[in-house]
Design a binder for this molecule. Sequence first.
Ligand code: NCD
Length: 370
Amino acid sequence: MQRRQLPPWSEFQQLSPAEKVESWSQGEGRLWHCLHAKQFDRKFLDGLYELTNIIRSLSKARAGSLFLQSLLPHKRAMLYFMQPSTRTYLSFKTACEILGIRTSDVRDASTSSEVKGETFEDTIRTFSSYFEFIIMRHSGEGMAELAAHCLDTSDRSVPVLNAGSGKDQHPTQALLDVYTLRRSFESCGGLEGKTILFAGDLLRGRTVRSLARLLTLFPGVKIVFASPEKFRMKDDVLAILRASGTSYVETTDFLGHLKDADAIYMTRVQDEHDNKDGTKSEKSFPEFSLRAEHLDILKPHCAIMHPLPRRDELAVEIDNNPRAKYWRQERNGMWTRAALIAHISGVDREIFAYWSELCRQAHHTAETKR
Ligand code: NCD
């Protein structure tokens, strides 16, 4: 990727996501960096999920899996995780492995030269000397964007994938959440028109912020935000919903909305942010918890979701209920992230071609057997 003519960071960071997205793309609908849910439109999602389904099918057989691993063995990825992570880290790592990409990681700030006073920008540029992808999680809201800006104004830009930025964004979690929702509603009319109930700490949960934005792409979706008064969804996201005509309600009555929900998205209290922003929270809110005795109230097709990790807000007794989708979310994260990396690197074209050839051969075999 060529060096870009971008305004200095102090100006660039003031722009709205809508004004920034163009500079994060390779053109022709192809992402370069993946930083913000604003980058995804319906056409992108449809294409990505088709690719996700193909990667998932191919991976099940030895030949398909070896084909996928042959696509990017000459590429390396840095997993730069400055906040704790189990699922996002592992799913990105395994997604890279599916495509043959080798990975390294920095997961502990005390092992990075940042403790010797190296700047964040120098750390990022150093990664770009060795790696073709930087997958990063950071406690700072704009840090993934800053990393991308720093690389785009250098001679060696590599894609930056945001694996969670502070309290703000978690775009790839939103990708896997929408994929999970669509699969859950395949036999009951799709995601359009469904009611999604979000519960918990909506003020500081980045997954809900990215997902709510993505739901505006699905006509007729209704959102219910159930949270304690002090952890209400921030107005910037509500403004996006209003502007797109997505109907939503805010409530403190979680239980009262259970019976109408087509999906319930539980979240934990994000108490790692306590005190930094003047907030102080309990470890959990019992009135925003889903318990086994609530299962009878829920619709038969209701998808129970959680980005995990969980605490008390989601009872373990629900885990083996067919409506529990959170273990699928974990796995879907691996498939959708593999599809995203394939899209960014352009090998999606080879995957689609390989798949159509397989389908053509299967069709031919079926025809000759008739
Ligand atoms: C979430 C996160 O890190 O934002 N977890 C995840 O990525 N699956 C949610 C959370 O930590 O509560």
